[in-house]
Design a protein around this ligand. Structure first.
Ligand code: URP
Ligand code: ZN
Ligand code: ZN
Length: 466
């Protein structure tokens, strides 16, 4: 094991900004040394990384990815190998992906399948949530076992009838179980039954373009489902984490619940902060590149999301990385927007886009780290190993150049997808060096990691519960 000294940078965590040198050994942070104390640690270190003028930040924790996810008759185009490599390029050193229970199958079968996809292939560390697609007595019992094994969060869908959808009774039963076993219920909150009626009506009226995806998946139907999920969780006494929040009205529901002091949390994603229905309306079927659910909203919703991120009514920014190529995948929905596979690429872009938000004055530097590293780590039971730079933590560390300029493009990104949702966007700031458990993964803008370095991370339970 190589000891590493990261010297000369500004260490930024959710709690502190300190001019300090960071000593890493045996894959973990050993100590932070205040600058100018006269102690020269350089001779004792096997490797010295010069971070002068740079930020030294914890590796990002992306708590919402879908590598190789089967969806809409195809598969998300990033494998665990390509997706985690791209994550590393973007300064993310841990992902939490969603294993899927098949209808009529056990949770164990779904989880085993996802372990088989990821094992030996990841460039950075990974954990799993479990998607509950078939809530029944057996599934409910299995939830307890999974929590004990470190799969401590379960996603349920109020959307996608006939695919992942659970009715309110099933949702309530899963929540009741989570209230007892300590699991965190994650909710895709959209009224899928009502949306399907609107989809049918839109198609019958000849409204087949991608932009109608945004029109039928109404903000009020996101808000209604968010409200319902909150009330069901109150009845069950379980915590609730609402994923990919995009609408002002849904943020209002979360704010009301949080003002009551409930264990209710919200996540949003860069696409809702930086993109809008204007993208969905791009001509020549280009709008398909932006089809995801919940959908992109009119640009006015962005202000409510930024505000929610500042007030902590939204406390995590994840990507919901679920890439489908424009050619050969998104075009399955030419002539019928409901057949466009839902999802956007982004695992490589999150840390940079949020740094741009710092530059633009939406959030502070420490809040950047809190939203992208520290809170997801605590929310999903990965703290204190992940999400911070402190003695004892895993040495998942990014040296970030806050002054570098870059332009996001599919020409230069590393995700296995033929377009970028942020094509042409200028960003101030760029990842320079990435360590995962003390090993170099990105060095001087070169990938020096390897498939199989990333290890499975069993997780504890949510660390925010009252
Ligand atoms: O459009 C999306 N979000 N695709 C991934 C599946 C999900 O609902 O998170
Ligand atoms: Zn979802
Ligand atoms: Zn998702």
């Amino acid at each position: 094991m190589t000891s590493t000294l990261i010297r000369g940078g500004l260490v930024v965590t959710a709690a502190e900004e300190t001019h300090a040198d960071v000593l890493v050994d045996h894959g973990r942070v050993v100590a932070l040394f205040a600058r100018d104390t006269g102690t020269d640690l350089t001779p004792g270190a096997d490797r010295v990384i010069d971070a002068t003028g740079k930020y030294v930040i914890p590796g990002g924790v992306d708590a919402h990815t879908h590598m190789e996810m089967p969806f809409g008759g195809t598969y998300a185009s990033d494998t665990f190998e390509t997706g985690t490599r791209a994550a590393a390029w973007g300064g993310t050193t841990t992902i939490v992906d969603f294993a899927i229970q098949g209808v009529g199958k056990s949770l164990r079968e779904g989880l085993d399948a996802w372990h088989a996809k990821a094992d030996g292939r990841c460039a950075v560390d990974y954990g799993f949530h479990m998607i509950l697609a078939d809530v029944n007595d057996r599934t409910l019992k299995e939830m307890d076992t999974l929590v004990e094994e470190g799969v401590t969060s379960f996603k349920l869908f109020m959307a996608y009838p006939g695919v992942f959808y659970s009715d309110d009774g099933k949702i309530l039963r899963a929540m009741q179980r989570a209230a007892v076993n300590g699991g965190l219920i994650m909710m895709h909150a959209e009224n899928g039954i009502a949306i399907d009626v609107l989809v049918e009506q839109a198609l019958a009226a000849g409204k087949t373009d991608p932009r109608y995806h945004g029109e039928v998946r109404k903000a009020l139907l996101e808000a209604e489902a968010t409200h319902r999920a909150i009330q069901l969780s109150r009845v069950a006494g379980s915590p609730l984490y609402v994923v990919h929040v995009s609408a002002t009205e849904a943020v209002e529901e979360l704010a009301r619940a949080r003002d009551l002091g409930l264990n209710v949390f919200g996540e949003t994603c860069p696409q809702y902060l930086f993109l809008s229905t204007d993208n969905l309306a791009e001509p020549d079927f280009e709008g398909a590149k932006y089809v995801c659910s919940t959908p992109l909203r009119p640009v006015e919703h962005q202000a409510a999301l930024w505000r929610g991120l500042r007030t902590n009514d939204l406390s995590v920014v994840s990507t919901d990385h679920c890439p489908f190529c424009f050619t050969g995948q998104k075009d399955l929905g030419r002539g019928d927007f409901s057949r466009i596979p839902n999802g956007l690429p982004g695992v490589e872009n999150r840390m940079d886009l949020l740094h741009q938000a710092v530059v633009d004055g939406h959030i502070t530097r420490r809040r950047w780290i809190e939203l992208a590293c520290a809170t997801p780590a605590r929310m999903f039971g990965l703290h204190p190993r992940k999400g911070t730079i402190a003695p004892g933590a895993d040495a998942d560390i990014v040296v970030y150049d806050p002054r570098a300029e870059q332009v996001i493009s599919a020409e230069t990104h590393h995700m296995n997808v033929d377009y970028s949702a942020y094509e042409g966007r200028r960003i101030t700031g760029r990842v320079e060096t990435v360590l995962s458990r003390g090993e170099l993964v990105i060095e001087g803008r070169e990938f020096v990691g390897r498939a199989g370095h990333g290890q499975y991370q069993p997780r504890g339970t949510c660390q925010y519960l009252l």
